[in-house]
Design a protein around this ligand. Structure first.
Ligand SMILES: [Zn+2]
Length: 694
């Protein structure tokens, strides 16, 4: 089960089978009740309507027909949608802000100075070239000085990084730490230890016997040799072969990807003493002391086999082999801030061979990404100061408050859920923390020095700062309101442990949400999206996590049986949709997401009505508020994709193609009223065939 989910706003991309991700959009805002003719707000896209199509015959093409006829899938892409537009627009804004910071003469120590100097230093290739590999010298010497298991363990402890979270399948060093509450107690942060250390993407890259993957491994080995040669390491070919064989052994100990979907396999509480017993090899006292967590007593070990296997390799493999492995990965880790020859070799393998890219991207693209990675919330502050003011946050919060009120009523009125389970659901709803736009308290970067001209040092210091920031949480009570996604990302994150969902400022922008725009459209677009994600906290994804994110099924067997019975008709409804001749949807495959879409739409509509407080909404662009609500809902799903992408989606995705997600409106009484839908319309469903689960 996913305990951490990430969904894009279209809800189409799932990162991994059960690491569902959800992204959503929302916005609430005050409705103007003025009757004077007002300009059409940015989030009412009436111009995209195709008036030649009756809304009751094909609502998706009525709402989006003109748009669909005027856009095209960009060259080299398989699809095009609103999210792609927003990602492009937001990336450009972030780029402009960072580059402006780099040109400004800001006060030393200010947010702008840190962001600007980080970027400018990364871009200063002449300075990087002039230093050669000397920035690595001190750490290379540390590796060279490793002489026994204790000094090896001490070095490895120093590499324990925090650049992981619950979605990380392979940390950049042999282990990664994620500081989060445990799966069974919500009071404190605990130390989640995750597998890592592989230079190729995952376990299968090392173990898949197919000729294609064997060829890839040969290319990886050549890459290792090339990097070692650049660093002046003798016998690089022989050493590369041995390093690859060490990583193959590590991969054999890694948990398969399928386990990543199962939280019960990840929830392995270990005490400090367990490491010596269950995973002999590493000098664990030295390791944890060197990592700066000597006092840590409780751990959640996500992949015990990887900890046991890697530790055994520390105990059994030659010290010299480990030193070669560490030198290679040290260079690899810092390749982006080392001379061109290293960066070019790195791109030849990771960019061209693994990712299929032909040309090294403009360095500025990497510099923007690196600045975001190092100073995520600092860039987020610059972004929100410009694009997401406190009024935007307040209006999003007002909309979410309406959504929660609507959910409270819906849960209370459910007929399939037993009264004791409803009590638990209501407690969970009350405890749900929803972050909108940007954090209430920003990370304070004042102790992080960013020095112009020192790209390598900046990266080192930022890593140390972020690691310290995360490890410091171990000493504090868990904060369920912790902010978890950079505001400038077009996205959202759902975490079941703790019980929290976060929607970024990058996502909360027109047409999804317009804090100065039309409320009806906000509720129909972002509102329905956020409500979709909220429903996951209560459905078959969230029903094993309680109000505080602790594991424990809170539905009864009867609840589950009744829920599935209520949902059966919706699966049948989607079975009947066939985008191409001979290609029809599998209603069961897309059922859980369709249930969430329906819950989101119904709840958002309730919330919209609540927001009106009994008044009648204004007419904008010839459309009533009710019409704009459903129009925005349908427009949220618009997407162009080529046939191969469509076939892939139908075959594998848990989300139906957008056209059919838009058709969710067929189950909603208010849609029939808003557009005067009659039994003569093709999308008409008899009242007894309409479904409502939540
Ligand atoms: Zn979903």
């Amino acid at each position: 089960m996913p305990y951490l989910a990430f969904i894009n706003q279209e809800g189409i991309n799932m990162i991994l089978a059960c690491r569902t991700t959800a992204l959503i959009i929302i916005f609430a805002f005050a409705i103007s009740l003025s009757t004077a003719a007002a300009p059409v707000p940015e989030n009412v896209n009436a111009q995209d309507i195709d008036h030649s199509i009756k809304p009751g015959d094909d609502f998706y093409r009525y709402a989006n027909g003109t748009w669909l006829k005027t856009v095209a899938v960009p060259e080299g892409q398989s699809s095009f949608d609103t999210r792609a537009v927003l990602t492009g627009k937001t990336s450009q804004r972030v780029r402009d802000l960072i580059q402006a910071a780099a040109l400004s003469k800001s006060a030393s120590g200010s947010t702008t100075q840190k962001v600007g100097d980080y970027y400018a230093s990364f871009m200063d290739e002449a300075a990087i070239e002039a230093k050669g590999l000397t920035p690595l010298a001190a750490e290379m010497a540390m590796i060279s000085a490793i002489k026994d298991k204790a000094s090896l363990s001490a070095y490895l402890g120093g590499t324990l990084n925090t650049e992981v979270d619950g979605l990380t399948g392979n940390a950049d060093h042999i282990f990664g730490v994620w500081v989060n509450q445990s799966f069974t107690s919500s009071e404190h942060y605990v130390f989640h230890l995750l597998q890592g250390g592989l230079g190729m993407p995952d376990r299968d890259s090392y173990l898949d016997p197919s000729p294609k993957m064997a060829g890839l491994r040969a290319q990886y080995q050549a890459h290792i040799a090339a990097i070692l040669k650049l660093a002046g390491v003798p016998d690089s070919d022989t050493k590369a072969a041995r390093i690859l064989s060490l990583e193959i052994q590590m991969a054999q100990a890694h948990a398969p990807d399928s386990d990543a979907a199962d939280v019960f396999k990840q929830n392995n509480p270990w005490k400090r003493a367990d490491f010596n017993i269950k995973a002999p090899g590493m000098d664990w006292d030295t390791y944890f002391k060197s990592a700066g967590v000597a006092e840590q007593s409780e751990f959640i070990v996500w992949q015990p086999s990887a900890v046991t296997g890697t530790s055994a390799l520390v105990g059994n493999e030659s010290i010299d082999l480990w030193k070669d492995y560490l030198k290679f990965h040290l260079i690899e880790h810092y390749a982006s801030v080392l001379p061109k020859a290293v960066a070019a070799e790195d791109f030849a393998f990771y960019g061209t061979i693994l990712a299929g890219a032909q040309q090294m991207p403009d360095r500025s693209k990497d510099a923007i990404a690196a600045t975001n990675a190092a100073l995520g919330q600092a860039v987020g502050q610059l972004y929100t100061q410009r694009y997401f003011p406190p009024e935007a946050k307040a209006r999003a919060q007002a909309m979410v408050a309406d959504l929660i009120t609507a959910y409270r009523t819906r849960i209370s009125n459910l007929t399939w859920m037993s009264p004791p389970t409803k009590e638990k659901a209501l407690v969970k709803l009350a405890a749900l923390r929803i972050g909108l736009g940007y954090p209430d308290i920003w990370i304070n970067y004042s102790t992080l020095d960013i020095v112009r001209g020192d790209a390598f040092g900046n990266m080192r210091r930022a890593e140390a700062f972020n690691r310290q920031y995360n490890l410091a949480k171990l000493n504090r009570p868990a904060d369920p309101g912790e902010w978890r996604i950079d505001p400038q990302i077009v996205g959202a994150i759902i975490v079941f442990t703790p019980n929290t969902e976060t929607f970024s400022a990058g996502l909360l922008q027109p047409p999804f949400f317009d804090f100065q725009g039309d409320a009806a459209s906000n509720y129909g677009s972002a509102g329905a999206g956020i409500a979709h994600e909220i429903s996951h906290s209560f459905d078959e994804l969230g029903n094993i996590y309680d109000a505080h994110g602790r594991l424990g099924l809170w539905w009864t067997a009867d609840d589950l049986a009744n829920y599935r019975a209520a949902a059966a008709k919706l699966a049948t409804q989607f079975d009947a949709y066939c985008p191409l001749a001979g290609l029809c949807l599998n209603g069961k495959q897309v059922l859980s997401e369709n249930i969430a879409d329906l819950a989101g739409l119904l709840t958002a509509h309730d919330a919209y009505v609540l927001s009106l407080k009994g008044r009648t909404d204004v007419v904008i662009g010839g459309l009533s508020g009710e019409q704009r609500f459903f129009l925005a809902f349908s427009q949220r799903w618009r997407k162009l994709q080529n046939e191969a992408a469509l076939r892939r989606q139908v075959a594998t995705d848990h989300h139906a193609p957008g056209e059919y997600r838009s058709d969710t409106v067929r189950n909603v009484e208010a849609w029939y009223k808003a557009y005067d839908i009659t039994p003569n319309d093709k999308l008409f469903l008899k009242p007894e065939d309409r479904v409502a689960i939540w």
